[in-house]
Ligand binder design. Sequence first.
Ligand code: TEU
Length: 587
Amino acid sequence: MATNSYQPFLMDFDRVWWREVIIYEIYVQSFQDSNNDGVGDLQGIINRLDYLKWLGADMLWLTPIYESPLEDQGYDISNYKKINPLFGDMKTWKKLCEAIHAKGMKMMMDMVFNHTSSKHEWFLESKSSKDNPKRDWYFWRKGKVGKKGERLPPNNWESLFGGSAWTYDSKTDEYYLHLFASSQPDLNWDTPAVRHAVFDVVKFWADNGTDGFRFDVINLVSKAPGLPDVPIKNLDKFEQPASEMFTNGPNIHQYLHEMNEKVLGKYNSCSVGEMPCGVTEFEASEYVGKDRRELSMVFQFHHMDLDATGGDKWKVRKWELGELERVLRIWQQHMLGNHGWNSLYLENHDQPRSLSRFGTEDPRYRAVCAKMLATFLLALRGTIFLYQGQELGIPHPDNWKIEDYKDVETLNEYKRRKAENPKKEPDMSSVMHAIKLKGRDNARTPMPWDTSPNSGFTGAGVKPWIKMNDKHSDINVMTQERDQESVLSYFKKLIDIRKQHPLLFYGAFVPIHPGHKHIFSFLRAQGPFRSLIFCSFSPKECEYVIPGEIDIDLAVLVAANYHVTEPKLEYRTVLKPYEARIYALRN
Ligand code: TEU
């Protein structure tokens, strides 16, 4: 029998529920306000469950809703077992959880354990004196003395939100470590009582009915022993990027395995670990390999870093399709078999809108381009994570002033750039340009539900906590639900298609034309079943040539973002701007 690389092949895999779900991320404060205070809440989610079920969401991931001063929008938790009154209370959470289950959906909660809020009781105790029993729940160290006698932090690590990763506390004359904002002190996982306390929080939410957990920056919790200085890379300043000192640290696997043994493994739950600062596909297998009993999936960032220079998201760079294709190919192929499984996402509450980033904001192509990105994402192998509003093809808001942004990361960067510039009235246009492209608030604007003032997110006349994105009047759920040709209708159709074709869950990813400049194309293959997918990322027409070894004689069109008029798929096709299609192949 002749062989070629596109032949059907069989592969071993386990069918697991969380590999077959569409997970929909709800950024709670911006989803639906039910009490007209301008902030989304739990009752608002209950009011929108019919929509989420209709769309095809199977699991809802709620961003943190716990008690918090909201200095980092809830990723600074002051009580892990209490709900922030802005969002509701425990009774409403239980009502929501029951309502989600009654609809056959599942609930995922966001767990932030690398750090707490500086207002958390644990930190307040820890800070109170050097001999407090919780002193070693956080990292406290003496400062150093500089050449001119000045006080310096204990080491030269830079915070991921800019500036030193240490803040001085005069009460005990020591510094505490914070990889993020100074209001987010890092928990010391090397202290067994901390792990015990953290696992107890997971147990609390699992016992209350949570089906899945997202662990915030979980690969950062094991720090380099002794917290040494990082080698100097940037001679201009004291603080140095230090991710190698705290990413995938020496005890990380032991801690995650322990969490699995003590809590996660006792429930039929799923878990996804957010892993910024670099995780290779080999390291990822160590976190998610079936026999490792640590996590179900990881969020890797390699495709999100393509438009950053040297890991600095604010230094925007142009990327090419071949680079995106390469990253995805590596992860798709690596996670075959049972030693791993991919999470798939193009947007979330930290990442700008995919349309503006991977596609185009050009109104002529906005809808086809959003549909192309949907095709591309929903045809890959892995568990799909959609972010609220992605299903509408929302571009970034325009012409925002710095006062319109709320995000601590964005505001820190702005302040840093302003301080750098000695001129009285510095030209901040380049930083505003970077913020318009990369700022997290681009994706945090309120969900547009209808055409009323405030788009149905909150009452007319109420001031939403963050500005609405009122760029286009047709980008809202009500208008798009009624339009069979809308981005929303296309998303819903693709989700249905994915659920009807288990091949799209489990089939192997087989690249076609790897490294192509304009077209991302691949096969999904499982036993006798194959699908052919091609997506053009070009604003111009371009020719797509299907390799002769692929038998397309009986190809059937399954989905397309344009009306396809050719009666039969040909080996040579001219694709329209941002055209995408999925075919089922038979032979
Ligand atoms: O994000 C971690 C993380 O990787 C981000 O800080 C990312 O580097 C940044 O958003 C890129 O712009 C998690 C949460 O998702 C985020 O919302 C929190 O701010 C952060 O942790 C701290 O808890």
